[in-house]
Design a binder for this molecule. Structure first.
Ligand code: AMP
Ligand code: MG
Length: 323
């Protein structure tokens, strides 16, 4: 999954715990192979290679993830959109080249989740326009965390926590009956630094500032997933401007309305997807959407102001700063 993964379980048998963890990792690897945007062998590449040509028969997992992605697009008014693939490939975070405007707008024209034809009965996916590409990167880690927890449970584990990058899923309780305590990363862990608002990058002045407050807040969870999307996860700085990896599918440019978005809900596939989608929507419309779908969230907007759903009031412990 190109990220740090960890699995913790509570069990009175080390052998059972290890067996369950091994099975869960095998499941994560299987999904990685199936759903990876960058691997030639994945079903995602098969779908993309056949864009505008023909429908492709795929596995139930691929159908499930795409169906959930389309739901997230519908609920976020297209702010979340897996057809952002051509835009994602254009912005190369290794070479750090800013693409030219004409190419950006050409690639943005290829996006549009309504052009995904999902046939659940026939088990096929068709991208109706040539050049279209789906990238499931915004929800695949969450989906894998959900599946890993299912595998742990089917192996007799009743309590544990799975982390895949910014996606965390906790189930059961810790020994002694406590809930799992999960930290929300501070998107700007620097004190005494001016001008942290984009387009000024968070890292450029890191040397001058005092690095502190790595954790923004903590929250206690059980049988819940939590995901955070942030502009600090993947970015580069060019001529004083900061470019990161979450794009407005309609323009093809990074979005600067939020520093980070954290979502809490039952399924990690949705916390993952909505964290990315609401990052694009911004705090006001984001809170409206969360209310409609019944998920909770903490949004740190571009100015560092924190917005939170009612369901989390009193449940989130902010460290080093006041809500
Ligand atoms: P996450 O880290 O879960 O927020 O996902 C970010 C990744 O999702 C990016 O690296 C892209 O691969 C992809 N992505 C970027 N913008 C969008 C978007 N608006 N909708 C869906 N996926 C996106
Ligand atoms: Mg996501």
């Amino acid at each position: 999954m190109y990220t740090v993964t960890s699995i913790t379980v509570i069990s009175d048998s080390e052998k059972r715990a290890q067996g369950a963890i091994d099975s869960a990792y095998r499941e994560i690897d299987r999904l990685e192979k199936l759903l990876n945007f960058y691997s030639r062998e994945s079903e995602v590449s098969l779908i993309n290679d056949n864009a505008g040509i023909m429908p492709v028969r795929v596995s139930q997992d691929t159908l499930d993830v795409i169906e959930k992605a389309i739901y997230t697009s519908e609920m976020t008014g297209g702010a979340f959109d897996i057809t952002v693939g051509p835009v994602v490939k254009l912005w190369d975070f290794q070479s750090r080249v800013v693409p030219d405007e004409k190419t950006i707008s050409e690639k943005a024209k290829l996006t549009g989740y309504r052009n995904i034809v999902l046939d659940k009965t026939g088990g096929t996916v068709f991208l109706s326009t040539r050049g279209m590409q789906i990238d499931l990167g915004a929800l695949v880690k969450g989906y894998a965390a959900d599946r890993a927890v299912e595998i742990l449970k089917s192996n007799g584990i009743t309590s544990g926590i799975v982390t895949i990058g910014g996606e965390v899923k906790a189930f059961g309780t810790r020994p002694g009956g406590d809930q799992w305590n999960v930290g929300i990363q501070n998107p700007r862990p620097v004190k005494n630094v001016e001008n942290l608002v984009p387009p000024n990058p968070p890292s450029e002045k890191r040397g001058d500032g005092e690095v502190s407050d790595q954790i923004l807040a903590t929250i206690k969870l059980s049988d819940r997933a939590i995901s955070t999307s942030g502009d600090y996860e993947k970015f580069f700085v060019k001529e004083g401007k900061w470019y990161h990896h979450i794009f407005d599918p309609k323009t093809g440019h990074p979005v600067y309305e939020c520093q980070s978005v954290t979502i809490v809900a039952k399924d990690a596939v949705f916390t993952d997807a909505f964290a990315t989608g609401i990052f694009v929507l911004g705090p006001e419309r984001g809170l409206e959407v969360l209310k409609r779908v019944g998920f909770d969230g903490v949004i740190v907007d571009k100015n560092g102001t924190i917005h939170m759903t009612d369901g989390l009031q009193g449940k989130v412990k902010f460290l080093g700063r006041e809500k």
